[in-house]
Design a protein around this ligand. Structure first.
Ligand code: PEP
Length: 251
């Protein structure tokens, strides 16, 4: 039985004081919600403070990116070992903004997913098509390539979380319909079954793209949607807690 996850991606928002305040407010509200996983991904500069703020609670810490080496001459990069050291248990990998602005390729995503697993970080691997790709009718081709290449030679699949995030829905207010999202989630689960057999039934697939507390109820009712990766609506405690409230107990 798959358990829900709600992850908040704060992107490049919040200074240290703002991050601590938001993390504390979420931590207080989150104590009511059991049975699933709540994850916060602040910017790198606030990881340590948020790590301290959520200590002893049911809220876990994620980074928004990492490099695929333990250490070395890689100016500006952050290693997965450093992320573990600061208290992270999750890491977002291959977010569409990383793919778009920083030219991350499926091969980079694959190296990062494999490296995260070797140090005991749970990767949240993001996939999803652009507006143009959906218009052209190649959504399945795009997602198929991203999933297969991202997971190439990955054995510990039970420790991976996939996030389906249609790029046209991220930060646009244009959420996928539950049916559109379910179609792609079921397609992804089919690829996972092809690669990993029945273990695919245990892998959590999150939906991301303009999720709010008002639209999550219909999305989470879909068979293959196991939670949400939330951007904008994770920046206010009540909005984020509202999403968790509408998910918890449903999966
Ligand atoms: C995201 O950044 O992963 C995301 C889904 O953003 P938003 O919820 O703002 O669309």
């Amino acid at each position: 039985m798959r358990k829900w996850i709600v992850a908040g991606n704060w992107k490049m928002h919040n200074n240290i004081a703002e991050s601590i305040a938001l993390a504390k407010a979420i931590k207080e509200g989150a104590s009511d919600f059991k049975g699933g996983t709540i994850v916060l991904a602040p910017p790198f500069t606030a990881l340590f403070s948020v790590s301290e703020a959520i200590k002893g609670s049911n809220v876990l810490l994620a980074a928004q990116n990492m490099y695929y080496e333990d250490k070395g001459a890689f100016t500006g990069e952050i290693s997965p070992v450093m992320l573990k050291d600061i208290g992270c248990s999750y890491v977002i990998i291959g977010h569409s903004e990383r793919r778009k602005y920083f030219h991350e390729q499926d091969n980079d995503v694959n190296l990062k997913v494999k490296k995260a697993l070797t140090v005991g970080l749970t990767p949240i691997m993001c996939v999803g098509e652009t507006d143009e790709e959906r218009e052209k009718g190649v959504t399945q081709d795009v997602v198929d390539k991203q999933v297969r290449q991202g997971l190439s030679s990955v054995d510990k699949i039970d420790d991976v979380v996939i996030a389906y995030e249609p790029v046209w829905a991220i930060g646009t207010g244009k959420v996928a319909t539950p049916a559109q999202a379910q179609d792609v989630h079921a397609f992804i689960r089919g690829i996972l079954k092809d690669l990993y057999g029945s273990t695919a039934n245990d892998i959590r697939i999150l939906y991301g793209g303009s999720v709010t507390k008002d639209n999550i109820g219909d999305l989470i009712a879909m068979e293959d949607i196991d939670g949400a990766l939330v951007g904008g609506a994770s920046l206010k405690a009540d909005g984020f807690l509202g999403i968790i409230e509408n998910i918890s107990g449903k999966k």
